[in-house]
Write a protein that binds this ligand. Structure first.
Ligand code: B16
Ligand code: MG
Length: 218
């Protein structure tokens, strides 16, 4: 029986938190006089908190002292934590649980590869922590996506060769990271945005168990 390593991104793939990151960044940017669009937000998906703020400041042509920079990062995270404070299983994206259950039933590795430093509390709140064989999040990595470090660590923790790993991602940076790692990238979301992915689906609802079986076999 083939054993593959399936690596799930968190924000925007397992849970519908991408919208909360967007709202928290938009509010923060607008408060310091910087416009912030949906298109710019796409470029922040999968990107670390620190790099996201660096990009927003560059778009607005602003520079900050190190202390003010840290202060804004703290404020962004406070706003984000307020948004997710009451989250529960209802924020799981459609059919993600069916997919995870099928992979567990078929004895595959189920792992997390997220840039977020808030990954573990979110998995706890959604009762998914136990489902994962390995978790790599923003606390475990030094290089942000599109660097492949986060996914290569998940592969290593499960002793799986990169070409036996399959990555589900909603961000351009994450698809690029999966491709750079030599893994099979699957875009979840808008195909025209995630056009570098090997396969594209708008959500897990479109991913059949037979498609998953093919990924396991090949
Ligand atoms: P935090 P993912 C990423 O999570 C988000 O896509 C990205 O928008 C966010 O800036 C980053 O996590 C850091 O998150 O502020 O919670 O540490 O998509 O890689 O699961
Ligand atoms: Mg994501």
């Amino acid at each position: 029986m083939n054993k593959k390593c399936f690596i799930f991104d968190l924000d925007g793939v397992i849970v519908d938190t991408a919208k909360y990151h967007f709202l928290a960044w938009k509010n923060l940017a607008n408060n310091i006089g910087i416009d912030f669009s949906q298109a710019q937000n796409e470029q922040l998906k999968g990107v670390s908190r620190e790099q996201s703020l660096t990009k927003i400041l560059a778009w607005g042509g602003k520079t900050l002292s190190a202390t003010n920079f840290q202060d804004l990062m703290r404020k962004k995270n406070e706003a984000y934590l307020n948004y997710i404070a009451t989250m529960g299983r209802s924020e799981l994206l459609p059919d993600v649980e069916r997919t995870i259950d099928f992979l567990i039933e078929t004895n595959q590795y189920v792992t997390l590869g997220s840039a977020s430093k808030n990954a573990r509390p979110i998995l706890e709140k959604t009762n998914l922590l136990e489902a994962f064989d390995a978790i790599v999040d923003g606390n475990d990595i030094t290089e942000a996506k599109p660097n492949p470090e986060v996914f290569l660590k998940a592969a290593k923790l499960t002793n799986t060769q990169p070409n036996h790993c399959i990555v589900f991602e909603d961000s351009v940076a994450g698809i690029q990271a999966a491709n750079a790692a030599g893994m099979i990238s699957i875009g979840i979301g808008n195909e025209s945005v995630l056009n570098e992915a090997v396969h594209n689906f708008t959500s897990f609802t479109e991913i059949s168990n037979s498609f998953l079986e093919e990924l396991i076999k090949n």
